[in-house]
Unconditional design. Structure first.
Length: 180
């Protein structure tokens, strides 16, 4: 996001607004997907904006490649820019989650590794609300099946109808203790 912020500072009067979000999917050391939600001005040069944003992301990836932490990104990287459509209205007037939501972090504390997703207070079809509900349902199912605890990661990108990525981790301690 710092690289995108740099673009915003550089081109403040022309294209990029202050709101936005970046999702990066890395498996092992391979960059799989990048999704950027970029707050933009109505008359922004959309193709140029996407090219600049991709260039900024690749510059950040190059730092990780140079450090040996990431393989060089290839053509297979799945890029998505503003998957939910136009993001000309941002901040408090847009959907930035200021309307009575309850954060997952407030509900579950630090036990749930999340970047601020919401539990309630928004449209139930919003990706963060749906992802929280799906993750909780899967985790509860795993615990009912005998896991001591389960953590489930669910990833939606803007515009997705279904989760793009679901991963789970569970502790089987409970079943061994109950077997004694």
């Amino acid at each position: 996001m710092k690289a995108i912020e740099g673009l915003r500072e550089e081109r403040r009067k022309r294209w990029i607004g202050p709101d936005g979000k970046v999702f990066v999917a890395v498996r092992g050391r391979r960059l799989e997907a990048v999704s950027l939600s970029l707050h933009h001005f109505v008359h922004a040069d959309w193709l140029a904006l996407c090219a600049l944003a991709k260039e900024a992301c690749l510059a950040v990836a190059a730092e990780y490649v140079a450090a040996g932490e990431l393989e060089a990104p290839g053509e297979s990287v799945d890029w998505l820019f503003n998957g939910a459509g136009s993001f000309a209205v941002g901040g408090p007037l847009g959907d930035n989650g200021l309307s009575g939501k309850k954060l997952v972090a407030e509900a579950y504390g630090t036990a749930v590794p999340i970047g601020g997703g919401t539990v309630h207070g928004k449209d139930p079809l919003k990706p963060d609300v749906r992802a929280q509900r799906i993750a909780r349902e899967w985790a509860v199912k795993r615990v009912r099946e005998g896991a001591a605890e389960a953590t489930v990661w669910v990833v939606f990108r803007p515009g997705d109808e279904e989760p793009r990525w679901v991963e789970e981790s569970e502790e089987r301690i409970r079943s061994s203790i109950l077997a004694r």
